[in-house]
Write a protein that binds this ligand. Structure first.
Ligand code: TNX
Length: 532
């Protein structure tokens, strides 16, 4: 169904049907009656409307390259549905009419990513301190326009927005999602769609879990067997895959244009079976490990089951540190942003007396290559540099050890934030070891109060991981992501006092058409009144 919907001809029919069913829609004039997700910090209305036409010009206030690129993004977003090819122009003065993108706001409250949108009858201005802020404002504008703006075929509609002012900026500077591409491999195209979907919700971090027992998914030129051998399969035994360095750089570039930072994760010392079968010298006895687990591998291929924590690289072999050094060097060289994630979770067969010196040493390797380290909360058992980040998923005690060492925390509590948890016992994909997470549970919590000892000041932000043991294709991803990711985006962006389930569930219900037009295969939770 959804794949069909992604087909242009079927889209024309669907959109025609959708429009026909909603004929006499009134021109919007009350900006406070919006369905924005995430909810903005403040909105006031002036009772009229702004209309986009084929003559609307998009002005930028400077020759700034990033701003021009953002203006180009807006133009391309508006083109398919409207059929307009809006002209772009740079100007030194505020124009009389059109769309004006301005990065000279010099408004402290807005910070690096906030924006102010002033909508007048003739002029729609998005002002910010940076191109990133303008980009966030554009995501708001997309949602203020009729849902059909997301169509990739031309639609005859009135492209109007109510007038007024929106002032908006994020609660947390780190708003992310993680995709596990090891348990099942996902193509570059899928990752790009994922990036587009979260960018539209004002998220700014995409964490890629690139390696695990089931597959090593990133080409490392100095250790070619990692992918030549270690990427051949996936959970269930199907064909795996990997990203060449060019693929990875393509993803990074795509993300950067959407103000999203890619966080590459290389999971060590456990979750490393794919590496251990590719290079047996990383094992203490130099041989492929014999493991006592369900679906234990009977050949030298990566693991195809879903147990965890059953293997470890040999923490007292020099070659292991050479390996980490080479991998971090190559990954650092193609990652322009400051962080590399080294995993560290569920190392059940690495004794703590080996685990701690291992992490002390690999953290230094990351620092030596000019990057900062992130690890799952277990890494806080090591001596962390204050620049490192601890990703809380399971243990408060670990997280507090990190905080005591001066590190900041990314909040990903499994029982609230894991996108791979089932909605309920009937849901098609997902696991339930941490909880069932229906749409209201996903929305109704606050990172700053989830654990009384982890305080707002310690928290750099929130991340929502999608582990991929049970999912194989984009539709499966969308089913687990949507609608929960929309509530998660609101938790990350909107101030706690602006959030309420009653308001959110109403706005979410009104997103049904928009989701459908985007071809998103969402889970139609019965807790929401979907308004198609
Ligand atoms: C725990 S969360 C894991 C992953 C699994 C996930 C499944 C974490 C740091 N480790 O290896 O895929 O549960 O929900």
């Amino acid at each position: 169904m959804t794949n069909l919907l992604k087909h242009p001809t079927v889209q024309v029919l669907t959109i025609t049907a959708l429009i026909w069913s909603s004929c006499a829609k009134k021109t919007p004039t009350d900006l406070t009656k919006n369905d924005l997700i995430p909810a903005p910090v403040s909105v006031s209305a002036t009772g009229a409307s702004f209309e986009l036409s084929s003559k609307t010009m998009i002005y930028v206030d400077s020759e700034n390259a990033a701003l021009s690129q953002v203006a180009g993004f807006l133009r391309e977003k508006l083109a398919p549905a409207t059929g307009y090819e809006l002209a772009l122009e740079s100007t030194s003065e505020k124009p009389q009419k059109g769309i004006y993108l301005d990065i000279s706001a010099q408004n402290k409250t807005l910070g690096d990513e906030g924006y102010e949108m002033v909508i007048e009858e003739d002029l729609l201005t998005i002002s910010a301190n940076s191109p990133a802020g303008v980009f966030m404002g554009i995501q708001t504008l997309r949602q203020l326009l009729p849902a059909e703006i997301e169509s990739n075929v031309k639609v005859d509609a009135e492209w109007t927005v109510a007038t007024g002012t929106i002032t908006d900026y994020p609660e947390y500077p780190w708003r992310g999602s993680m995709l596990d591409v090891s348990r099942h491999f996902f193509s570059v195209e899928d990752v790009k769609r994922y990036i587009d979907l979260i960018a539209g919700l004002k998220m700014n971090v995409m964490h890629l879990h690139l390696t695990d027992d089931q597959g090593w998914r990133i080409e490392i030129k100095s250790w070619p067997n990692l992918t030549a051998h270690g990427a051949k399969t996936q959970v269930g035994g199907g064909e795996g895959g990997f990203y060449t360095q060019e693929d990875y750089q393509d993803i990074v570039q795509y993300a950067t244009e959407r103000f999203i930072t890619i966080i590459p994760e290389i999971d060590l010392p456990s979750h490393s079976y794919a590496a251990l079968v590719s290079y047996p010298e990383l094992n203490c006895d130099g041989k492929i490990p014999v493991v006592d687990i369900d679906d234990a591998p009977e050949n030298d291929l990566p693991y195809t089951g879903t147990e965890v924590g059953f293997c470890t690289v040999c923490t007292d072999k020099e070659i292991v540190y050479q390996f980490v050094d080479d991998v971090v060097r190559e990954v650092a060289a193609m990652t322009p942003t400051p962080y590399i994630h080294l995993g560290g979770d569920e190392s059940h067969v690495t004794p703590l007396e080996d685990y701690v010196p291992f992490f002390n040493r690999v953290q230094q390797i990351v620092l030596k290559h000019g990057k900062k380290m992130i690890g799952w909360d277990e890494v806080a058992n090591a001596q962390l540099d204050p620049s490192s980040l601890v990703q809380y998923w399971n243990e408060t005690e670990n997280t507090l050890m990190g905080i005591a060492q001066g590190t900041k925390v990314i909040m990903s509590p499994a029982h609230k934030a894991y996108l791979d948890m089932q909605y309920d016992s009937t849901s098609q994909f997902g696991l339930n070891w941490a909880a069932y997470i229906p749409v209201d549970t996903a929305y109704n919590w606050d990172p700053a109060t989830i654990d009384p000892e982890i305080k707002r000041d310690h928290i750099i932000g929130v991340e929502f991981p999608l582990w991929a043991e049970t999912i194989e294709k984009m539709d499966d991803i969308e089913y687990l992501l949507f609608p929960r990711i929309m509530g998660y985006a609101e938790i990350a962006w909107s101030p706690a006092e602006k959030r309420s389930w009653d308001s959110y569930k109403f706005r979410l219900g009104n997103q049904a058409r928009r989701l459908k037009i985007q071809g998103i295969d969402y889970y139609p939770s019965s807790k929401i009144q979907w308004q198609e």
